[in-house]
Design a protein around this ligand. Sequence first.
Ligand code: C5P
Length: 229
Amino acid sequence: SRVGVVLPAAGSGERLGSAVPKQYIQILGKPLFMYAVEQLISFSWVKTVVLAADDVATMRHFLSSLDDPSKVVVTLGGTSRHESISRALKVLPDECEIAIVHDAARPIVSEQVWKGLVLEAAEHGAAGLTRPLVSTVVQPDLNGFLHATLVRKNFLNSETPQAFSAAILKAAYSKMSDEERINGTECLDLVHRHCNVRAKLVPGPSDLWKVTIPRDLHVCEGTLSALDC
Ligand code: C5P
């Protein structure tokens, strides 16, 4: 089947506290988002990678250093991750039967993991990677006092990449509410709510993480230099 990838790469990455949006931060001489782009376009089974960026011209400038930029499309992102994905899906070529959603701020995933997700999505309509929770999740009340505590072993962190039947994902985004557009982040939730598709949850590798806070940049540099990307 033909696979297209949506890579939301807009937004400022506030939690990192950096002057440059995190997707553009240089890691070992290359902007962070380029690691995912270079890997994905090297796969023969990936037809197109759609990037959603705030600054389309800057993004295209970075991409011009690729040996073969022909598989990459850049479109304008939005003010939320969901909005950026929604816009990217509109330019995903129709012949892509499977749509993968990843993050520009996540550089390292093995080909075996990508392919495994595509197979699960082809069978179940949606599939996503998970990791066990590191800390317990608590819910505060409006005054900052404990309201509820989740039992840690009953929950997982939802990670990316996630893979979908492209038709299902596009249908879910076409039904997205304004509340979801602004506050939502989770594609698996959209296809569940709007298309009644329950994603297959696939345990992810332990080195799966997203660059979110400053410490992650050191981890990222260490891991990428060990991998010799
Ligand atoms: O900020 P956060 O870590 O949740 O961002 C996850 C991904 O979503 C990043 O790759 C970021 O570039 C993307 N994003 C986006 N548009 C936004 C906000 C975030 O494409 N408005």
